[in-house]
Ligand binder design. Structure first.
Ligand code: KG4
Ligand code: ZN
Length: 354
C-alpha cells in the first residue's frame, strides 16, 4: 500500500458519523463534463458542460470528440463549481470520480484529473460507479429516503431493476436482454427524424399523438423482471419503412406516443412488481430516462394504488451530473468503503453490481 493510501485511510476514519462532509464529484463518462460540490446532503454547486450541440450533427456521441472536449472543459468547470460553492479546494474532505461504466477515453479524462487533484491536495479519492451515482442522487433529491428500496435504472446505457439493500449494497433483480431503454428512445427518434438525444424529443412529439399503433409487448404475462427493447424498436422501424414504401405520410406523433406508452408501461410495471415480490414499500427511479414525464406519472400512479411511495429526482438530477457522483461518494463513505490509490483504472463495462 502506498504512503498516500495509508494516509487517506486514516483521514477517512475520521469521516465516521459526520453529516457535513464537503465532497467534490467529477463526472466525464459520456458527453457531459460535470462537477458538483456537496456539503452533506446540501448541493452547494452543480456545473455541467454539455456536449450535446457538438455531437448532434453526428446523430450520437463520438467517443474521441467527447474525450477531447472533456479535456477542454474540466479544469474551468471544477474551478467554477468550487467558486459557486464558495469553498477553497483545500477545504474539501473528499473527491469522487466516475471510473465506469462509460466511454473509456472520456472516463480517463475525469479520472486523471481527479487523481492529480487528490495528489496535489492530499485528499482521499473515491472511485464511483456511474450507475450507482444515478441511484444515490435520490438521497440528495429526497433527503428522507433510506434503503431498502427497489429501483428502476433507466439510462442511455443501462436498464435494470435493483434492490438497494444498503447505502452501497445492491442486488440486481432484472436487466435488459438487448438494448437499454435510452438507446431505444434515441434510435426510434432517429427513425422519426428527431435530433440526438432522442428521449426528450420523443416526449415532446408524443404529447400530440395517440397510442394507436400496435407494437409487440415482450415478456407479456411473464413474471420476469428482465427487459427487452430491441423487438419494439425494430417494430417501430418496420412500421415507418412500410408507411414510407406505400408513399403515405408517417403518423410520427402517434408512433412516438405508442412507443413511449409501451416502454414506460413496461418499466413502471416491472418496478412496482419488483416492490411486491421483494416486500418493499419504496420505489425509486434513476437515470436519464427517469426524466420522462409519462414514466414518472405512471410510477407515481401505480405506486399510489398499491400503497407504495415513489421517489425520483428533478429532471436536472436525472441526466448525468456531478451531484450524483458526490452523492455516491457519500454513500461509499457511509458504507465504510475505502478510498482508492493512484493505480485506479477505468472500467468501460463496469456492471451495476460492481
Ligand atoms: O443517464 P443518462 O443521462 O446517460 C447515461 O448514463 O446513459 O441517460 C441518457 C439517456 C438518453 O438516451 C436520452 O435520450 C434519455 O436518457 N432521456 C430521456 C429523456 N431525457 C433524457 N428519455 C426519455 N424521456 C426523456 N424526457
Ligand atoms: Zn448516466
Amino acid at each position: 500500500m502506498s504512503g498516500y493510501l495509508q494516509r487517506m485511510k486514516e483521514k477517512a476514519r475520521a469521516f465516521e458519523g459526520r453529516g457535513d462532509l464537503l465532497v467534490l464529484g467529477i463526472e466525464s463518462s459520456c458527453d457531459e463534463t460535470a462537477c458538483a460540490v456537496l456539503r452533506g446532503k446540501r448541493i452547494l454547486s452543480n456545473k455541467i458542460a454539455s456536449q450535446i450541440e457538438i455531437h448532434k450533427r453526428f446523430g450520437g456521441v463520438v467517443p474521441e470528440i467527447a474525450s477531447r472536449n472533456h479535456v477542454l472543459a474540466i479544469d474551468n468547470l471544477v474551478g467554477e463549481a468550487l467558486d459557486e460553492a464558495g469553498v477553497k479546494a483545500e477545504e474539501l474532505d473528499a473527491i469522487g470520480v466516475t471510473y465506469g461504466a462509460g466511454l473509456l477515453g472520456a472516463l480517463l479524462v475525469g479520472e486523471s484529473y481527479a487523481k492529480a487533484l487528490a495528489y496535489a491536495l492530499d485528499k482521499p479519492l473515491y472511485a464511483v460507479n456511474h450507475i450507482r451515482g444515478h441511484i444515490a442522487v435520490n438521497y440528495i433529491a429526497s433527503p428522507g429516503l433510506e434503503p431498502p428500496f427497489v429501483c428502476l435504472i433507466a439510462s442511455g446505457g443501462h436498464t435494470a431493476i435493483a434492490l438497494a439493500k444498503g447505502y452501497d449494497e445492491m442486488k440486481l433483480l432484472g436487466t435488459t436482454q438487448d438494448d437499454a431503454c435510452g438507446e431505444a428512445f434515441d434510435k426510434v427518434a432517429r427513425v422519426l427524424g428527431l435530433p440526438y438525444p432522442g428521449g426528450p424529443r420523443i416526449q415532446e412529439l408524443a404529447a400530440g399523438g395517440k397510442p394507436v399503433i400496435p407494437l409487440p409487448h415482450p415478456f407479456k404475462g411473464s413474471d420476469t423482471l428482465d427487459f427487452s427493447f430491441s423487438g419494439i424498436k425494430t417494430a417501430v422501424i418496420n412500421y415507418a419503412n412500410s408507411v414510407k414504401m406505400k408513399g403515405e405520410e408517417l403518423p410520427a406523433a402517434d408512433l412516438a406516443c405508442s412507443f413511449q406508452e409501451l416502454v414506460t408501461d413496461i418499466m413502471a410495471d416491472n418496478l412496482v412488481r419488483a416492490a411486491r415480490m421483494y416486500n418493499c414499500n419504496k420505489v425509486v427511479i434513476a437515470g436519464g430516462v427517469g426524466a420522462n414525464i409519462r414514466l414518472r406519472e405512471k410510477v407515481e400512479e401505480r405506486a399510489k394504488e398499491r400503497g407504495l411511495t415513489a421517489f425520483y429526482p428533478s429532471v436536472k438530477l436525472c441526466t448525468d451530473n456531478g451531484v450524483m457522483i458526490a452523492a455516491q461518494t457519500l454513500c461509499m463513505i457511509k458504507a465504510g468503503r475505502q478510498p482508492s490509490d493512484f493505480d485506479l483504472d477505468a472500467d468501460a463495462n463496469l456492471p451495476v453490481s460492481g
